[in-house]
Design a protein around this ligand. Structure first.
Ligand SMILES: Cc1cc2nc3c(=O)[nH]c(=O)nc-3n(C[C@H](O)[C@H](O)[C@H](O)COP(=O)(O)OP(=O)(O)OC[C@H]3O[C@@H](n4cnc5c(N)ncnc54)[C@H](O)[C@@H]3O)c2cc1C
Length: 410
């Protein structure tokens, strides 16, 4: 009977374990996770959990008893440091090793810490449940928060901190927030939204020097000349994918992650999913690495399908969302914010979608408070057909009519 060892108890790893059982896999399943908590819903950590709107039992993906019932051996606080694909075993950092027939890696990433950021007690990063607990406590004791970085984590924490009545200063080197993920124009809309909610947004700006007082940071001098005070700093400068283990195992590294084929396979009987997977996506026909929750969970389920014998590529389109204030963003597909775009809907009223095109094909659709268009946009991407730009832009045109016959939703 096969033994599946899953390294990483996050979105991808947890989904893979439960999906394997759902598919009738009857062998051993072992999850080795460096985290000290059982798998949880990471997106809550910058939103509802951080704001104290939900408590710990609700953030966990499963009850403790579910692991026993499904015969999933979950070992927490267990870091895997290396191993051998030839000998089919992984080595544990504490001591010992575990043999496997199939190895699954869902390793996520670690917060990036730009050089020069002091290691002070009130300078935090956010990745784990414990990070969020620490940040939540610190926010409660603070009045003015300095956010370094306006990617998704920085922007969501800014919105949460404003909701909690904190003063927020957001410092971002790029010209607009969320530029890397969403491009200049949508980033400008987000800058406006945050300013309207009282965030002091400084874009095109960096921290030049830190002011410390004992073992705490008391503020910073910015490149725009501002001398700013802060009693809490969150460094939200993106992640470094956790690649030490894949490197030690000799897996192929590419695109900032581990190169996997269309079925998420990196080597014989080795599968990789989530933030670290550089996946050859069969619909988009190119390799992509995506750092989002639904993608990680989908990869976990896709890996389970492959391990259980399905001989098919993983085709689900990337999807993510971000909630900031009362603005709900949804995104399907994968594009760069600089790709040619077609806008549809009410931009000023924050009720619109943007289609991103490459070589005439829709590669992604971004929607702000416009869920229905986003869903149909996904089908337009999957159709891989060339669409009329004027029709895409016209809110009077029913998008389902643009789908090739047979794919309309009715
Ligand atoms: C605060 C926050 C909010 C977010 N909000 C959203 C959102 O709103 N929407 C969205 O789409 N995405 C969001 N994300 C991103 C999303 O959570 C990640 O893309 C997703 O968790 C990636 O899943 P993963 O399984 O690849 O990695 P992770 O969920 O990070 O899990 C990796 C696991 O591997 C373990 N691990 C790593 N190395 C080892 C090792 N050597 N040995 C053993 N264990 C190891 C880690 O401890 C961890 O348990 C958010 C992320 C954060 C941090």
């Amino acid at each position: 009977m096969a033994r599946v060892v899953i390294v990483g108890g996050g979105g991808a790893g947890d989904a893979a374990a439960f999906a394997l059982r759902k598919r009738g896999f009857d062998g051993e399943i072992l999850i080795l996770s460096a985290d000290h908590d059982r798998p949880y819903d990471r997106p809550y950590l910058s939103k509802e959990f951080l704001r104290g709107e939900i408590e710990t039992p609700k953030v966990f993906l499963h009850e403790e008893s579910d692991y026993a019932r499904e015969r999933i051996d979950l070992r927490l606080g267990e870091r895997v440091s290396g191993g051998s694909l030839q000998e089919r075993r992984v080595e544990l950092a504490r001591a010992g090793h575990e043999p496997f027939d199939v190895l699954v890696l869902g390793l996520g990433g670690s917060p990036r810490r730009p050089p020069g950021v002091p290691a002070a007690g009130n300078v935090l990063t956010l990745r784990s449940l414990r990070d969020s607990q620490t940040l939540r406590q610190a926010l409660g004791d603070s009045t003015r928060v300095l956010l370094v970085g306006a990617g998704f984590i920085g922007a969501e924490v800014a919105a949460s901190a404003r909701k909690l009545g904190k003063e927020v200063l957001m410092v971002e080197a790029a010209p607009v927030p969320l530029q890397r993920a969403l491009g200049r124009e949508v980033g400008e809309i987000y800058a406006e939204i945050h300013r309207r909610h009282g965030v002091d947004v400084r874009t095109g700006t960096t921290v030049e020097s830190w002011h410390t007082h004992g073992d705490r940071v008391a503020g910073a001098t910015l490149s725009d000349g501002g001398r700013e005070s802060a009693d809490l700093v969150l460094v939200a400068a993106g992640i470094e994918p956790n690649l030490e283990l894949p490197r030690a195992l000799g897996l192929p590294l590419d695109g900032g992650g581990v190169r996997v084929d269309s079925a998420l396979k990196a080597a014989e009987d080795v599968y990789v999913g989530g933030d670290v997977a550089f996946h050859h996506h069969p619909v988009l026909n190119r390799s992509i690495r995506v750092e989002h929750w639904e993608v990680a969970k989908g990869h976990g389920r896709g890996i389970a399908a492959a391990v259980a014998g399905a001989d098919a590529p993983y085709t689900k389109l990337p999807y993510f969302w971000s909630d900031q204030y009362d603005v709900s963003l949804e995104y399907r597909g994968h594009a760069s914010g600089d790709d040619p775009s077609i806008w549809r809907g009410d931009r000023d009223g924050l009720n619109f979608s943007v289609f991103y095109l490459r070589d005439g094909l829709v590669e992604a659709v971004l929607s702000m408070n416009d869920s229905k268009t986003n869903e149909l946009g996904g089908k337009l991407i999957e159709s891989r057909s060339r669409l009329d730009a004027a029709a895409l832009a016209d809110p009077g045109v029913d998008l389902s009519e643009l789908l090739p016959s047979g794919q309309a939703t009715g």
